[in-house]
Design a protein around this ligand. Structure first.
Ligand SMILES: O=C(O)c1cc(=O)[nH]c(=O)n1[C@@H]1O[C@H](COP(=O)(O)O)[C@@H](O)[C@H]1O
Length: 274
């Protein structure tokens, strides 16, 4: 089953809310944990226990694990495995992008099922050129995985690059708009949904980019960065059905209370579905 088909089914079954499993040092402190590998492990696996049985998608951010070196990456491997075992799709947030030959190595690291870090999907940066990600798309096709391409990110610095106008492009087309155009072509004809998604922040202002394409959309920035349900409706309109709204700190700060974190997922899913 393709990633697109799996994510389509997961959103219908569990709802569109995704929790980012981001063990910030400040959160470890707030939970009464040490900022070390043992604290990281306790934090991350408690979040998995709370949210992975109820979320359609979870999104661990790799950097928060990498900062502890190989032992932190070993915790990330457990987060991925245990989240998948609990029925959640794992979108590993690594935001990788490089020349094609190195993109292949990233694809092998994160999308090939024989890798210890194999995930259902990854985030990727297309700013070495969309085509530089082709090895990731090809590997994802081969293994029924997915790739989410940064298009209109939630941070205030993003528009400097993503809002720039494409030279020789269609009437005033922006770089972010061109990324969506590439994704539209890549997902063309896939049923019930393509496997190649976009990342579009829940915080972006008005955009002239048509976000209705045949793939999933990750919308981070919901919650702690100020994105609301009204923003998601305004930004995505008729495309809202494929949106995965993602929040990290807003949920994580409720821990280590497992029930409170799980309740927050149910509440967010109910609100987003309504
Ligand atoms: O790709 C992402 O997930 C991402 C893209 C983006 O445009 N903005 C963004 O905040 N993110 C990630 O989404 C998470 C947001 O965390 P909170 O602000 O705590 O909800 C972090 O892991 C970010 O790295």
């Amino acid at each position: 089953m393709t990633f697109g088909a799996r994510v389509h089914a997961a959103l219908a079954a569990r709802g569109p809310f995704c929790v980012g499993i981001d063990p910030h040092s400040g959160l470890l402190h707030d939970w009464g944990l040490a900022d070390d590998v043992a604290g990281l492990e306790r934090f991350a696996l408690t979040v998995v226990e709370a949210v992975a049985p109820v979320c359609s998608v979870v999104k661990p951010q790799s950097a928060f694990y990498e900062r502890f070196g190989s032992r932190g990456v070993a915790v990330l491997e457990r987060v991925i495995a245990e989240s998948r075992a609990a029925g959640a799709l794992v979108l590993l947030d690594v935001k990788r992008g490089d020349i094609g030959s190195t993109s292949q190595a990233y694809a092998d690291a994160y999308l090939d099922p024989s890798s210890p870090l194999a995930s259902d999907a990854i985030t990727a940066s297309p700013y070495l050129g969309f085509g530089s990600l082709d090895p990731m798309f090809d590997t994802a096709r081969k293994h029924d995985a997915g790739v989410f391409v940064l298009a209109l990110t939630s941070n205030k610095e993003g528009p400097e690059v993503q809002g720039a106008r494409v030279e020789g492009g269609a009437d005033g087309q922006s770089v972010g708009g061109l990324m969506i155009e590439h994704l539209r072509r890549l997902n063309d004809g896939a049923q019930p949904l393509g496997s190649f998604g976009a990342v579009v922040g829940a915080t972006i202002g008005d955009t002239d980019v048509d976000l209705d394409f045949n793939g999933p959309v990750l919308a981070p920035g919901y919650g702690a960065q100020g994105g609301t349900i009204a923003d998601i409706r305004r930004i995505f309109g008729s495309a809202s059905g494929h949106v995965i709204a993602s929040s990290s700190r807003e949920v994580l700060r409720l821990g280590p209370d497992v029930a409170a974190m799980r309740d927050a997922v149910h509440v967010a899913n109910d609100e987003l579905r309504a």
